[in-house]
Design a protein around this ligand. Structure first.
Ligand code: TMP
Length: 202
């Protein structure tokens, strides 16, 4: 038996994180063992790399390699063993985020991304990816309300986030069977209803 691997994606301020635990709870109610995790992070080493990635200025390729280094560790320590046991994994971001942020946002060559993706998890893609999509102004408004220090990505300009959004949509267009686009600009309850409809079919 193999478990399922579900990822949640979207630009900063899309609100996806507020739905992660709900989705896991819904699956647990069905008797499934579910691991909730995130990227960058999810392991001791991954969380240390996250701290650097979110706060320390660095070269684009260094940033990309560290994202994939954290991902390799995450796969080896948590994701792959869990799926092999038949557990489910719900992960807040995965490689689509590298494609969108380092590729779309920062302009990393697609070929470099593809090589790393192939190396680190050529054999594995999420079974389902929920892409929380919304207009930039709504997302920026939500971030502006956050009472905390913004990280390196959140501090980027609007045009960076617009490129991230477009790259996500392009990726969804290329993989319609795996990536479901959710209109996250709607009120919270409407988004939840849409999520419930998808979760029932899992
Ligand atoms: P989070 O705030 O949603 O947890 O994500 C942390 C930040 O890391 C977010 O701004 C997106 C960024 N990120 C990348 O740039 N590339 C990646 O591959 C991942 C997983 C996240």
């Amino acid at each position: 038996m193999k478990g399922k691997f579900i990822t949640l994606e979207g630009i900063d301020g899309a609100g996806k994180s507020s739905h992660v635990e709900w989705l896991a709870g819904h699956l647990r109610d069905r008797g499934l063992t579910v691991h909730v995790t995130r990227e960058p992070g999810g392991t001791d080493l991954g969380e240390r790399l996250r701290e650097l990635l979110l706060n320390q200025a660095m070269d684009l390729e260094t940033e990309t390699l560290l994202m994939f280094a954290a991902r390799r560790e995450h796969l080896a320590v948590l994701i792959e063993p869990a799926l092999a046991r038949g557990d489910w994994v719900v992960c807040d971001r995965f490689s689509d985020a590298t494609y969108a942020y380092q590729g779309g946002g920062r302009g990393l060559e697609r070929n470099k991304f593809l090589q790393l993706e192939q190396w680190v998890h050529g054999h594995l893609q999420p079974d389902l990816t929920l892409l929380f999509d919304l207009p930039l102004d709504v997302a920026r408004e939500r971030i502006a309300k956050a009472e905390r220090v913004l990280d390196r990505f959140e501090q980027e300009r609007v045009d960076f986030h617009e490129r991230v959004r477009q790259a996500y949509l392009e990726r969804a267009h290329a993989a319609p069977g795996r990536i479901r686009v959710i209109d996250a600009g709607k009120p919270f309850d409407n988004v939840r209803v849409e999520l419930e409809k998808i979760a029932i079919l899992l």
